[in-house]
Design a protein. Sequence first.
Length: 292
Amino acid sequence: RHLGQEKWYFRDSNWSPDFAESAKQALTLYRAEGGEAGPEIDLVVAVTPTVLEKLIESIGPITVNGMTFYHEDVIAALEYEVEYGYAKRQIPFEERKKIIKPLTLAVAKAVGKDMVSHAPKYFNLAKDMLAEKQILIYSPDSELQKKVASLGWSGEVMRTSSDYLLWVDANLGALKSDHAVTRSLSYTVRPENGRRIAMTRMTYQHNGKFDWRTTRYQTYARVYAPVGARLIGVTKFNNTGAPIAVDPMAVDQGIDLGRQWFGTFFVIEPGRTGALEYIYELPEAQLKSDDN
């Protein structure tokens, strides 16, 4: 509905907040689309743009196909190339993303050469990126996956019997606007007539303006809470700050990953600040767990 697509493609497989689940879906869709060496893949590794920035910062600028990439703006440069630059360079639309492969190979080659004399630097970088969840790993091999999970590298949703909150934003049709959006999350629990009422609010500050990669920020915002949590209300504080109550019946909800989730769509205009608030009752079992 929001992306104008009738089918689910590999490019959009990263839907679950649990990386292991998203990785399984990515493998399924990649293979179904006839991806190169699909049946042979036995490890899925996800990296954020931060990893590429850090690597180029270490090795210095990289020149590929007449283009020089610097760590300060490598992501913006790549985004521009695959959205607009390819046309100016008279590259066919279906080949617009081919720049990624030679860039990856060039970075890998430079890193390999530099690592010979600066191995500790890259070891520490890898350790930091894994700790920060800038790199996540999944293996279909159950034993290997257990080892990855034990090291905290799997990106799996935490399993816990205590109170729990996970806020998940999914950019749907908002171009690359995430770079311009800052967020702050609050969470409070108050007693009320023998119940415990939880309130969580995400405040979005859109610092950008309309341009080739930035537009109004459109997010499908999901809140994951303990199973048994009951939704009381959802309020949108729009671009002028005026609250708009959402009919609870219009809010999506269900059970996923052993959690109760609630979800709704929220839009914030460039240059504005808005907020989305969920209020729900924690389950009785949660009260007993917390009291103990």
